[in-house]
Design a protein around this ligand. Structure first.
Ligand code: GLA
Length: 723
């Protein structure tokens, strides 16, 4: 039994072969955080007695003892004066809460969360601890799921109003871990459009630190993730504690270091611009958070997150299969295309071995630029005289699959939809409707809006007989306001929007079980575990420059495996940076994700088309390994002039290593690159050069790199173990 309860000491122990997580009820009432880390048999020391003058028998809330104790569910309004997981305003306007243990249950598997996506629970056990504030009737259920096959604990909180009056929830986070020490470094991800998810690290200091967003999306600016690294921990060594949230909206991930140098790490829905009215009898479910403990550095943490995604998050039938090689017409044509142009691109793509043709923005309404037509999901018969149906037939007749871009959450002021329903967008009456990319955001808190989206998008996907969908979202929300919500519920809009999004996505995705869905948000603006539950891959960034992609994909890989990262070969000079990189480098970097092309193949010389044909054969031969292999970051493009990573098959019989050097220098000797994850006792053959090396030699000494020549040159090694 991986979850046990010892009644005498009130101790819960969640453990698998590698990790332990220990909770103890102080005075039978307050769940204290006792331990999280490498597997232990038990924790015998009494935290309560060590940190306060009290014992279980003499415990009293006077002299604020909770303020000095590491807790599992700290709340504001009682004997803990720090910011906690939950802040409630009762009907009388006050906020006192005294949550005490009221019971628990241990169940097999993992319950679903109402209205929210979450990981599945094969082979898992779940502990639910119920706490109750007797005077108000507020009840809290803390859920902890322990997995056997990964070193992850999933946590969430459900708040039930069992009182007689409605209350306001000002803050309801998903997880809190009170570490007794604060000697950690904090790692978070930050960025911008075309520069998503760069890692930033700093030592913890007293006070608050972390990352958050209030943009209504998990965003390009940050990511719902943070990690704490013990002193001397790095990519390959040391204790790392990772936190990630299964949520696509505004969030906070924060660490507060208090007067005792304890570190309170919390993650959940952004409390700023959030308030929720909880009627008597109603409940509120927080999103799920994933807590990873890894003793083997950031690399170990990432491999746990990757295993979570592959085994328990992605559910599409494409989740663990090869993905089609695609060509997308966006950077090839932008809005300027007609049926013949698309077909000539598709024919050329078919000829070089590409499987899927994706029609991007501009096929509907009268959209010749980004000023109009979002919401009018009807074929533009000027560009496509036979509509989606005929185009799709012609693509299918070539023996290719057909994919389509949509942006269902948006509305252009210049659209028939807007003229018919001007109140369907998020807006504040009497104030200017602030456009971004000339568009407004549909109010997904409204069921009529959601039903419209489901109907019209479903019809387009059926009409186009699509095999693939790129679901885009190109702006964040401003001027928050819903015509359908009463004044006291306006601050629920951010979360209601995300609940509405999950409802719409769930309905559409489940209606097309054979379709491969890829999410997108102006590049990687909603790259989060919430959307991963619906769509197994996401467009990583609008930046297709190979060197920038080394960085973006490296930062993204802290949480997400290559199988989730849309990555395409594009034209040079690159459209975002003007940089010129060799075709092989662009391809080798795109092989770090779900592979495709985003350029006008019809304009390429024959020798490049021949190279692309060979590259496509190479990708197909290595694809399961590239996408689902055990992933190691070898060289960081953030700290040096090169980048390297590798994927190793489960049985360690095969590996692909990619190395990219940015700027060449003269008069340098070729270097060795140390590999990871191989079997030290086997010999590996490089399929390209024929060189044979011992696994131990490759890991402890390194694989010889070729002498670099030229900027942005990549080298790739496909290693197979000898029988
Ligand atoms: C966003 C996407 C791009 C492309 C355009 C189309 O920017 O990230 O890939 O689809 O929209 O307008």
């Amino acid at each position: 039994m991986p979850i046990t309860f010892e009644k005498g000491t009130g101790t819960f122990h969640l453990y698998n072969d590698h990790i332990s997580y220990v909770i103890r009820l102080a005075a039978g009432s307050y769940p204290l955080h006792v331990y999280w880390g490498r597997r232990v048999h038990a924790v015998s020391e009494d935290v309560l007695a060590r940190l306060t003058p009290y014992t279980d028998a003499t415990f009293s809330l006077h002299e604020t003892p909770l303020d000095r104790l590491p807790q599992e569910c700290p709340v504001f309004g009682g004997a803990d004066l720090r910011e906690g997981m939950l802040h409630i305003r009762h009907a009388d306007g006050t906020s006192a809460l005294d949550l005490r243990y009221a019971g628990h249950r241990i169940s097999q598997g993992k319950p679903k969360l109402e209205g929210l996506p979450c990981a599945r629970g094969e082979g898992a056990q779940t502990l639910t601890i119920t706490l109750c504030d007797a005077p108000s009737g507020i009840t809290v259920e803390l859920a902890y799921t322990l997995y056997e096959d990964i070193d992850i604990i999933a946590r969430s909180m459900r708040i039930v109003n069992s009182g007689m009056q409605s209350v306001q929830i000002d803050r309801a986070l998903s997880a809190c871990v009170d570490f007794e020490q604060a000697d950690f470094s904090l790692l978070t991800l930050s960025g911008a459009w075309a520069r998503e998810r760069a890692p930033y690290m700093r030592p913890l200091v007293p006070g608050d630190q972390g990352t958050s967003t209030a943009r209504g999306a998990s965003s390009v600016q940050t990511s719902p993730f943070m990690a704490l690294l013990a002193p001397n921990a790095d990519e390959t060594h040391g204790d790392v504690y990772g936190f990630a949230l299964c949520y696509s909206g505004s969030f906070t991930a924060n660490v507060h270091v208090d007067q005792q140098f304890m570190a309170r790490a919390q993650i959940g829905i952004q409390p700023f611009n959030f308030c929720w009215t909880l009627e008597a009898g109603a409940s509120f479910q927080t999103p799920e958070a994933y807590l990873v403990y890894a003793p083997d550095g950031l690399g170990g943490m990432s491999r746990q997150f990757h295993a979570l995604v592959h085994r328990h998050i992605t559910s599409s039938r494409y989740a663990n299969t090869a993905r089609p090689l695609l060509v997308n017409n966006w950077e090839a044509t932008y809005f300027q295309f007609d049926e013949e142009k698309l077909l000539s691109l598709a024919r050329c793509a078919k000829d070089v071995g590409i499987d899927l043709f994706v029609l991007d923005d501009g096929w509907f309404g009268h959209r010749d630029d980004d000023h109009s037509s979002l919401g009018d999901w009807f074929d533009d018969l000027h560009k496509l005289p036979g509509g989606l149906t005929r185009l799709s037939e012609q693509i299918h007749a070539l023996g290719m699959k057909f994919g389509l871009w949509v942006e269902p959450e948006m509305i252009s002021p210049d659209s028939d939809l807007y003229r018919a329903h001007p109140d369907w967008c998020i807006h504040v009456p009497g104030r200017e409707r602030l456009e971004s990319r000339h568009q407004l955001v549909l109010d997904l808190s409204r069921s009529d809006v959601r039903d419209y989206i489901v109907e019209v998008i479903t019809a387009a996907l059926r009409r186009g007989h699509v095999d693939y969908v790129k679901w885009d979202m190109n702006r964040n929300i401003s001027m928050w306001g819903s015509a359908a919500l009463p004044p006291e519920r306006q601050q629920e809009l951010g979360h209601r929007y995300i609940l509405g999004l999950y409802d719409v996505m769930g309905r559409i995705v489940s209606a097309f079980p054979d379709v491969l869905f890829e999410s997108c948000a102006g590049g990687g603006g909603r790259f989060d575990l919430g959307l991963m539950c619906f769509m197994p891959q996401a467009w990583c960034s609008d930046d297709t420059d190979a060197w920038m992609r080394c960085r973006i994909q490296s930062g993204t890989s802290l949480v997400f495996p290559p199988s989730t990262m849309g990555a395409h070969v594009s034209a040079v000079p690159n459209h975002q940076t003007g940089r010129i990189t060799p075709l092989f480098t662009r391809a080798a970097v795109a092989m770090g994700g779900t592979y495709g092309y985003e350029l006008d193949l019809t304009k390429l010389p024959q020798e490049e088309l021949d190279e692309i044909r060979a590259l496509n054969r190479r990708v197909k031969a290595m694809q399961p390994l590239l996408l689902y292999g055990t992933f190691y970051r070898l060289r960081s493009p953030f700290t040096g002039s090169d980048a390297a990573w590798m994927s190793v098959s489960q049985d360690r019989s095969e590996a692909v290593v990619t190395y990219v050097l940015s700027l060449a220098e003269p008069n340098v000797q070729p270097k060795l690159l140390r590999l990871e994850g191989l079997d030290p006792d086997r010999r590996y053959r490089d399929e390209d050069s024929g060189g044979v090396y011992g696994g131990d030699e490759l890991m402890f000494r390194g694989i010889p790199l070729k002498k670099p020549w030229g900027d942005f040159v990549a080298q790739q090694f496909h290693l197979t173990a000898e029988a």
